[in-house]
Design a protein around this ligand. Structure first.
Ligand code: ADP
Length: 645
């Protein structure tokens, strides 16, 4: 049986197939550091269980020697001379030992739970943080391929399943293991013939439980998947409630929610139907074992006492104490057998989960950092793109043969229709992706030869998607420059024209921005991220539509501060409004991933090509781009989308 596929889809099937047993790896890589907790858990499980088994044994002995004269009062390993001679004395001693077993048992139950919990908690903490650490360092194309929900599920559900197995699963496995072996040994020792009757139902129960797990598992998978559908539907609808209202689609959405909710109901009802039959059936089997033991054992005691021989096909003696012991153990033994199925189930889920976690940890990185990489040293800030070609999909280049040079302190603007590859060109400078061909260098250092942190430290990036983190305005401005003082923050905000609106917020710089900054407008978020870049004070600045979300008036204000900011700094700018970049030292015009024009604003106007036409449209001089440009852009986009599929 392939246990790893017993669970839902495995997004890392490929890596998993080549990997060693993930559970083994889990214990090797994470168990070692926690071996003390493991040892405490394991030893305590054994001792606690042995102590648990003592009272019924002592009771059986007491019945035979104190209440009936079946055998002399004796305790293994203790010399007879030390034992009390009177029956009352023997009773007190037995009671004392039983009390000792209970209290000692309690102490070991405690250390046992401490051990397993500590083992599970440390491992889940370590594996979650390791996986997260690895995940956020993976390339951007990894995140483009996988859904956030899928990643969240690995970091939360899979880690939680491992934790459950390491804690409850291991705990129960050892508890049950010791109990089954211990009780079977005692019963067989007392009376192997009756023991066979009693233990006879065990394989039956084990098989039945196993069948049950096999039947219910796919049903539970169905339940989980339908819960997922309900959640995504609800999340989507609550997030898009404004669109629902304005589109008047409340009834339509209510129906869609009802549909997925009905799906969950049906899946759950199916699983419930199977589950509620299981325990009664188990009770019947346990009952058969119990009744058989009781009838046959009882008849044996009576017959033996009356005739001195065993009934039916049995032979030898069964004492009343042993009979009591059998009944007590049968009670304790059969019922928890049902847990074996659960343990197997937990193990299978943990196996699949750790396969997914390790699959993620083994995910190869397309951007591999050279182990001998040096820190980037920016002296001048000169950036060179040399015949750069790159595609998200290696077969379909998005930028081709792009070459340009920007001297330290100069500004280069990238212009071109949407989809021309402008953002892509700049993402390559931050090494979000590596070039497929050609090279990019800063002050003659190839980006692939420098460490990624040192590169991103010196290149500041303000993009069109301004993502703010949950936290205060000040925390968002200092994000990445954590040691800034309040004065520096305010100074940066003033330069980004953000100080005024921040001061008007209820708690000024300490106002919470809400999840993803929802409490702020797009323009306000953008100004905060500009302040963030100003505070970081990088040698090279990348402005990817940095002012796209602000109104013209604010844009002019920010532009003034950006001019100041970019004055002595190598700057790359993409701007929707060409007026904001017309003073750039060089303007590079991209079309279909290739540079089609370059020069200053005036040069390009004289050239009367794409730039001049774009400018004409924005200045209101011509109504629209000539068809040839529009058609070329549309053809290219269609081609890219076709390769994406
Ligand atoms: P621009 O900034 O000029 O609008 P982009 O560089 O954003 O252009 O995009 C260029 C092309 O690359 C577009 O066709 C876009 O669909 C595609 N593209 C952008 N990002 C990705 C990505 N992460 N994965 C695959 N294709 C992408």
């Amino acid at each position: 049986m392939d246990v790893a596929t017993a669970d839902e889809d495995d997004p890392f099937e490929e890596q998993r197939e080549n990997a060693e047993d993930p559970m083994r790896r889990l214990f090797v890589e994470y168990g070692g550091e926690n071996r003390r907790a493991f040892a405490v858990g394991l030893l305590s499980s054994v001792v606690a269980r042995v102590l648990d088994l003592m009272p019924p044994v002592l009771l059986a002995l007491a019945v035979d020697s104190i209440f009936y004269d079946e055998r002399p009062f004796s305790i293994p390993l203790v010399p007879e001379a030390w034992l009390p001679a009177t029956r009352t004395g023997q009773l007190y001693l037995s009671a004392g030992l039983i009390a000792f077993a209970f209290f000692g048992g309690a102490a070991f139950h405690w250390t046992r739970n401490w051990g397993w919990n500590s083992f599970a908690q440390h491992i889940q903490h370590a594996i979650r943080t390791d996986t997260y650490d690895k995940m956020q360092r993976l390339n951007m194309d990894f995140f483009a391929d996988k859904q956030t929900g899928e990643m969240m599920s690995i970091l939360s559900n899979d880690v939680n399943r491992l934790e459950r197995f390491l804690n409850d699963g291991m705990n129960s496995a050892f508890r049950l293991g010791v109990m089954v072996v211990g009780i079977a040994a005692i019963l067989l020792y007392w009376n192997w013939q009756l023991a066979i009757v009693t233990l006879g139902v065990v394989p039956l129960i084990a098989y039945f439980t196993y069948r049950f797990i096999k039947t219910i598992q796919p049903k539970y998978a169905e339940v989980r998947s339908s819960v997922g559908q309900v959640n995504s539907r609800l999340e989507n609808n609550l997030g898009g409630v404004q669109v629902i209202k304005t589109s008047n689609t409340e009834d339509f959405e209510s129906e869609r929610v009802e549909d997925v909710s009905q799906g969950y109901f049906d899946a759950n009802w199916d699983a419930i139907g199977t589950r509620i039959k299981f325990f009664p059936a188990l009770r019947v089997m346990a009952g058969i074992g119990f009744v058989l033991t009781f009838v046959l054992g009882g008849a044996w005691v009576l017959t033996y006492q009356a005739t001195g021989s065993a009934p039916l096909f049995f032979s030898g003696e069964l004492t009343p104490g042993q009979f009591v012991g059998f009944i007590l153990f049968t009670q304790r033994f059969i019922w928890p057998m049902a847990q074996f199925g659960q343990i197997i189930n937990m193990y299978q889920r943990a196996y699949a989960s750790s396969a997914r976690l390790f699959g993620l940890m083994d995910e190869p990185s397309r951007i591999a950092e050279d182990p001998d990489a040096d820190e980037l040293v920016v002296s001048d800030g000169r950036v060179v793109y040399d015949d750069v070609t790159f595609g998200y999909d290696e077969d379909e280049p998005i930028v081709e043969d792009v070459s340009f040079e920007v001297d330290g302190g100069e500004t280069l603007a990238l212009v071109g229709p949407t989809g021309a590859g402008k953002s892509t060109v700049l993402k390559l400078l931050l090494r979000m992706y590596d070039v497929d061909e050609g090279r990019i260098a800063i002050d003659d250092q190839d980006l692939r030869d420098v460490t990624i942190p040192s590169l991103r430290e010196r290149v500041g990036y303000v993009s069109q998607d301004t993502f703010l983190f949950y936290g205060t305005v000040a925390e968002n401005i200092t994000y990445g420059t954590f040691d800034a003082t309040r004065e520096e923050i305010v100074e940066a905000a003033k330069m980004a024209e953000a100080h005024d609106f921040i001061s008007n917020l209820p708690e000024g710089y300490d106002t919470e921005v809400g999840e993803r900054g929802v409490k702020l407008s797009g323009g306000q978020r953008q100004r905060i991220s500009i302040a963030r870049a100003i505070l970081k004070d990088p040698e090279i600045l990348v402005l990817d539509e940095a002012t796209s979300d602000v109104d013209t008036e604010t844009e002019m204000l920010i532009q003034r501060s950006l001019d100041e900011l970019t004055e002595d700094r190598t700057t790359f700018a993409i701007a929707h409004r060409l007026s904001t970049i017309k003073d750039a030292d060089t303007i590079v015009v991209l079309e279909g991933g290739r540079i089609v024009e370059r020069g200053s604003h005036e040069d390009l106007l004289d050239e009367d090509g794409l730039y001049a036409h774009l400018w004409g449209v924005q200045a209101g001089e011509i109504d629209e781009l000539p068809d040839e440009f529009v058609e070329r852009a549309a053809r290219r986009q269609a081609r890219i989308e076709a390769t994406d599929d």
